[in-house]
Design a protein around this ligand. Structure first.
Ligand code: ADP
Ligand code: MG
Length: 226
């Protein structure tokens, strides 16, 4: 019974994600269509043509990002479960996000104890990326971001903290709900991926936040010892 429920739940997640992706990709494609119509004008100046083409490329890139962010996740990948060296993966995701952090005057610190857990590495990376993105976006005027992991015999604790805008009680309780976003250009899908990934890895999420002070998201995962 237990495995049947899990399978059903997984299928639901996949169809939910498929719906999310088509919804999100439609917007940039509509914009592209609009610019292509404008490009049909034979009297268009070379400058305008160049400008419109730049818009087309930008919107196509945006559609690509959305697909990259969520489509890897939508693949049913029961076979892709393996061991994950959390310190190594966290370090590589932090490296990836450094340019974004620099651009936003966000200082990053890390304290990573080596630990091993099990799961889909792609999903785990996506989950971390979404957490870091949210933290950076919560600090539009800069701030500090830190990741600390502690490893014991049974648990791995990953603590992700920022000195950002913080979250209200409602924001905390709606974390993980698809399309819930307080951002002008938010998708409200990042936290859904985070929650589903950690659930699938048999982990737990706890959010501590104070408005205008910052947020700490604590993730507990089972520690895997071979
Ligand atoms: P999005 O980032 O597209 O808005 P998410 O699902 O990633 O969607 O996050 C949902 C909402 O949770 C955000 O809009 C924001 O209100 C809140 N949130 C998530 N992480 C943080 C954080 N670190 N600090 C403040 N608010 C956050
Ligand atoms: Mg987000």
């Amino acid at each position: 019974l237990r495995s049947k429920i899990t399978k059903l739940e997984k299928m639901e997640v996949v169809s939910q994600l498929a719906a999310s992706i088509s919804h999100e990709v439609r917007n940039p494609l509509t914009v592209v269509k609009g610019f292509i119509d404008l490009l049909k004008d034979p009297d268009l100046s070379p400058e305008d043509r160049e400008r419109y083409l730049q818009h087309v490329v930008r919107e196509l890139k945006s559609a690509e990002t959305i697909i990259n962010d969520y489509l890897t996740y939508a693949k049913p990948t029961t076979e892709d479960i393996g061991i994950i060296f959390i310190d190594r993966e966290i370090r590589s995701i932090i490296e990836m996000t450094k340019p974004m952090a620099n651009m936003n005057s966000v200082k990053i610190s890390e304290e990573l104890a080596p630990g091993i857990t099990r799961g889909n590495i792609q999903h785990f990376k996506q989950c971390l990326l979404n957490l870091i993105k949210n933290s950076i976006e919560a600090m539009p005027n800069g701030g500090e971001f830190s990741v600390v992991t502690t490893v014991s015999k049974f648990d791995i604790i990953i603590e992700i903290s920022d000195t950002g805008v913080g979250m209200s009680k409602e924001q905390i309780s709606r974390f993980g709900e698809p399309y819930y976003s307080t951002k002008e250009k938010g998708t409200g899908l990042g936290s859904m991926v985070i929650v589903k990934t950690i659930e699938t890895m048999n982990g737990k999420i706890k959010i501590d936040s104070v408005l205008n002070k910052g947020t700490t998201i604590r993730i507990t995962l089972p520690s895997y010892t071979s």
